[in-house]
Design a protein around this ligand. Structure first.
Ligand SMILES: *[C@@H]1O[C@H](CO)[C@@H](O)[C@H](O)[C@H]1NC(C)=O
Ligand SMILES: *[C@@H]1O[C@H](CO)[C@@H](O)[C@H](O)[C@H]1NC(C)=O
Ligand SMILES: *[C@@H]1O[C@H](CO)[C@@H](O)[C@H](O)[C@H]1NC(C)=O
Ligand SMILES: *[C@@H]1O[C@H](CO)[C@@H](O)[C@H](O)[C@H]1NC(C)=O
Ligand SMILES: *[C@@H]1O[C@H](CO)[C@@H](O)[C@H](O)[C@H]1NC(C)=O
Ligand SMILES: *[C@@H]1O[C@H](CO)[C@@H](O)[C@H](O)[C@H]1NC(C)=O
Ligand SMILES: *[C@@H]1O[C@H](CO)[C@@H](O)[C@H](O)[C@H]1NC(C)=O
Ligand SMILES: *[C@@H]1O[C@H](CO)[C@@H](O)[C@H](O)[C@H]1NC(C)=O
Ligand SMILES: *[C@@H]1O[C@H](CO)[C@@H](O)[C@H](O)[C@H]1NC(C)=O
Length: 730
């Protein structure tokens, strides 16, 4: 499969996918024989005399003949874990893969990139109690397209000096300067500085940690106060995308961020396909972050709504689905016959009352030929100029714009609203058909499209159709995604150099913009994780994740309801409750190592990755991958249409009241029996641990592929909720 280039999801990817891919192919005809490969070597040896760079150099010398080594080595990873990236051919790659100390060798891929009403909707109002001193010591690492440092959202008014623990640098290049808000900046090959020319990194950074700014809106829409989840936190920027994100850069950024001393890493990037854990740079980088107590939050990806489209699969990653908020952007279409329809878009052009002629065209009828006006009505200037085109696909609308159309009506119901500087909207298919009938039934069909309005959406939160879905394609016992958070139509800060509308023609200096994607959902969770950490600085990454996952609010359905939790995880984030989970499901580095053993990696590999003596050989059959202490339970049923039973072990730690008794409740499901043993857990002190078993037995004769229930432990004050998913493998 070809690598993908030049795609900023939230602007153009879905709307214009065919056009963008068309361009990708053109870019791809390069020399493909020598590629950048990542040679991953696990933990750094503890031996103080070990020099990673000279080791990497000598390894390369053994496979690359001549004096070419220097040009072949791309980057050395040497601060937080061991490895390097280098330009290799197939033979050289194979030789390196067989060398001592090498865990895996895999090609460096490129990644797609994937206000603030959302924080109020989530129940984190401005007046909320904050652990301010601790919050202002938190450093959030942003691995993305860089940042626009002059944005008002990153002013440092009232912030104290840089936290003492910070070991990073401000090496932003060019005229980039840091302050007490943006305290670190680094950039990697493919860029010339850490400045954001695309807007994505600036947008995510302001969602997670932007300062409070009054009176911000988008061309008069959605006006209010904009702010991040943890406005007092510090930001460290690692620019790996320009605009595509290279694996070898991502690993280098992890290597630096961990050593620099960030608290939370927020990754708005997603791979297109899930890959094996030890060949996934995001999984590798975040494993070493986890070892150092750093939680990595990642967007689930924008490849939904089909099952198993998620690429964020490792259990130590916090994988976030995108949900809607209760604010929706709509606009009105008025036809020549007076009929009015409601469609979706963020359209900032006021109408002057003129009705424009409508013509029908579609890219589907172009038969792949976007250069021939005979084959493609959408590009027929005489036909479309000055008109509104009625197109079943967005690509048709886009082509028509380039040839003088004034607006478009698209047959597309999508949960996000696209930004446009023209009279354009999306209609649902019934309404589209009605407008099409009108267009064919009259000699001079005309229409007027009004400027957008903001309305309340009572169906929120729902999972966005674009949000990538589980089940987990690599480790099916681990539920993915983990959680849902707002990712549709989110207003946040922006790079003035970034494209400013989805129709990609009109460009204006924009300091704030509305965007959608799991990239926008991810920083909401990173913000909440930082918020929880500011109150509980001693909690492990898994404990913070458990607190957030077990205190969610329900999600109100999905685009593909069959997938349930595999669309929204354990529910929608609920920041205030996440501070008081009562019980947590903690997971240590040793637990993760055991899971890797149970997953099938042998002693040698697990020792290399973790830098610790492993005990794979002692792995008892009683504990399997499913028994890792995850705050969600997945039972796989391997033989369909037969009776089955399954057992899962879990251990909870008391972080609520010292003396407390929790009772288990199971949401019943027909034909399946779920038992919890014991049903009662009594705690005498804080940090005390108690274990239990969940036993599931089910009948034959059901062809349903997925059942879901939940387990709630309650002491009357805290309700600790975990999904239980029974998944038949077909
Ligand atoms: C820094 O350079 C960028 C272009 O690279 C420019 O847009 C910006 O205005 C400059 N900022 C300052 C403070 O000079
Ligand atoms: C956090 O990750 C999300 C999704 O992976 C990304 O969109 C966002 O930019 C990141 N935010 C920060 C502050 O790094
Ligand atoms: C309204 O706008 C259109 C296109 O911008 C223009 O052609 C037309 O003359 C305007 N009509 C009025 C009444 O201003
Ligand atoms: C598309 O149409 C143009 C003009 O008719 C023609 O020159 C070209 O070869 C066609 N391309 C394809 C791929 O059919
Ligand atoms: C509009 O889209 C729907 C499905 O999204 C499809 O069923 C319908 O046929 C489309 N309408 C037209 C006129 O193509
Ligand atoms: C769920 O959506 C329905 C409409 O589809 C709405 O009536 C209901 O209030 C929503 N429920 C919640 C809990 O938001
Ligand atoms: C683990 O597997 C690798 C090959 O993948 C092999 O070289 C090594 O000897 C194995 N280690 C053990 C302890 O079996
Ligand atoms: C917990 O209960 C025990 C006896 O039931 C009591 O001795 C102890 O003081 C209680 N501890 C707290 C913190 O309330
Ligand atoms: C299972 O599938 C069969 C046919 O494939 C159907 O007749 C039956 O109703 C289904 N049973 C259930 C419980 O859905």
């Amino acid at each position: 499969m070809a690598k993908h280039h030049v795609v900023l999801f939230f602007f153009v990817y879905l709307v214009l996918s065919s056009i963008i891919c068309y361009m990708c192919d053109a870019i791809e005809n390069g020399d493909e024989t020598d590629k950048v490969y990542i040679v991953y070597m696990g933990s750094l040896p503890k031996d103080a005399s070990y020099s990673p760079t000279s080791h990497h150099f000598s390894m390369l010398q053994q496979v690359v003949y001549g004096n070419d080594v220097e040009n072949r080595l791309v980057q050395s990873y040497k601060r937080s874990f061991n490895g390097f990236s280098a330009i290799l051919n197939d033979q050289q790659r194979e030789k390196l893969a067989g060398m001592k100390g090498v865990v895996s060798v895999f090609p460096s891929q490129e990644y797609h990139l994937q206000t603030t009403r959302s924080w109020d909707f989530l129940g984190l109002p401005q007046s909320i109690k904050r652990g301010k001193t601790v919050e202002s010591d938190l450093v959030i690492g942003i691995i993305d397209t860089g940042i626009w440092p002059e944005s008002q959202s990153f002013n440092d008014k009232g912030l104290g000096p840089i936290p003492k623990k910070w070991r990073g640098l401000c090496a932003g290049g060019g005229n980039f300067s840091c302050n007490n808000k943006i305290i670190g900046a680094r950039w990697y090959p493919g860029s010339v500085d850490a400045r954001d020319h695309f807007g994505h990194g600036t947008h995510v950074a302001s969602i997670v940690g932007g300062r409070r700014i009054n009176g911000v809106g988008y061309h008069g829409l959605a006006k209010g106060t904009i702010r991040g989840g943890v406005p007092s936190s510090r930001i460290a920027v690692y620019k790996v995308c320009n605009p595509n994100c290279r694996d070898d850069n991502i690993l280098a950024a992890f290597d630096d961020a961990i050593a620099d001393g960030v608290d939370i890493i927020n990754l708005s990037l997603a791979n297109v396909n899930a890959v094996e854990i030890l060949k996934d740079p995001l999984a590798i980088g975040s494993f070493h972050a986890m070892e150092k107590g750093i939680l990595t939050v990642q967007g689930a990806g924008n490849n939904g709504p089909n099952p198993s489209t998620i690429s964020s699969v490792a259990p130590w990653l916090f994988s976030v689905a995108a949900t809607t908020i209760d604010r929706q952007f709509i606009d009105k279409l008025i036809l020549g016959n007076g009929k009015t329809f409601i469609g979706k878009s963020i359209n900032i052009v006021p109408s002057n009352g003129t009705k424009f002629p409508i013509v029908v065209c579609s890219a589907m009828t172009c038969h792949g030929n976007y250069t021939s006006p005979e084959k493609c009505r959408c590009i027929d200037k005489k036909l479309v100029k000055g008109k509104i085109v009625l197109s079943v696909d967005a690509t048709g609308g886009y082509l028509a714009y380039q040839h003088g159309a004034i607006g478009s009506i698209i047959n597309f119901t999508y949960d996000r609203s696209f930004i446009t500087h023209r009279p354009s909207l999306d209609l649902n298919s019934e309404d589209f058909d009605r407008v099409q009938s009108y267009t064919y039934s009259t000699k001079y069909p005309v229409a007027e499209i009004l400027k957008s309005d903001v309305v309340q959406d009572t169906t929120a939160p729902k999972v966005a159709s674009f949000s990538s879905r589980g089940p987990n394609p690599i480790v099916p016992e681990i539920m993915k995604p983990d959680i849902g958070a707002p990712g549709v139509n989110i207003l946040a800060a922006y790079s003035p150099n970034g494209p400013s509308s989805d129709d990609a023609i009109f460009n204006a200096y924009e300091k704030y913009i509305i965007a959608s994607g799991t990239s926008m959902a991810c920083p909401h969770v990173a913000g909440v994780a930082a918020y929880v950490k500011s109150f509980h600085p001693d909690w492990s990454p898994a404990a913070i994740k458990s607190a957030i996952m077990t205190t969610t609010k329900p999600v109100n359905g999905t685009y593909n309801d069959m997938l349930g939790e595999f669309a929204y995880g354990s529910g929608n984030i609920n920041p205030q409750q996440a501070l008081h989970p009562g019980l947590i499901y903690d997971i240590t580095k040793q637990d993760y190592m055991q899971m890797l053993c149970n997953f099938g990696y042998n002693d040698t590999k697990v020792e290399q990755i973790s830098g610790e003596k492993s005990s794979c050989h002692k792995a008892s059959n009683r504990y399997l991958v499913k028994d890792i202490n995850y705050p969600a339970l997945v039972i796989l049923v391997r033989r369909p249409h037969k009776r089955f039973s399954g057992k899962i072990h879990r251990t909870v730690t008391n972080v609520g009241s010292p003396n407390s008794t929790y009772t288990a409740t199971i949401i019943p499901i027909p034909k399946i029996k779920i038992k919890v043993v014991p049903k009662l857990l009594s705690f005498k002190s804080l940090h005390e641990k108690q274990s239990f078993v969940v036993i599931v037995t089910g009948g034959a004769n059901s062809n349903q592929t997925m059942f879901s229930s939940s387990l709630v432990w309650s002491d009357g004050t805290h309700n600790v909720k975990s999904p239980i998913i029974i998944k038949r493998l077909s």
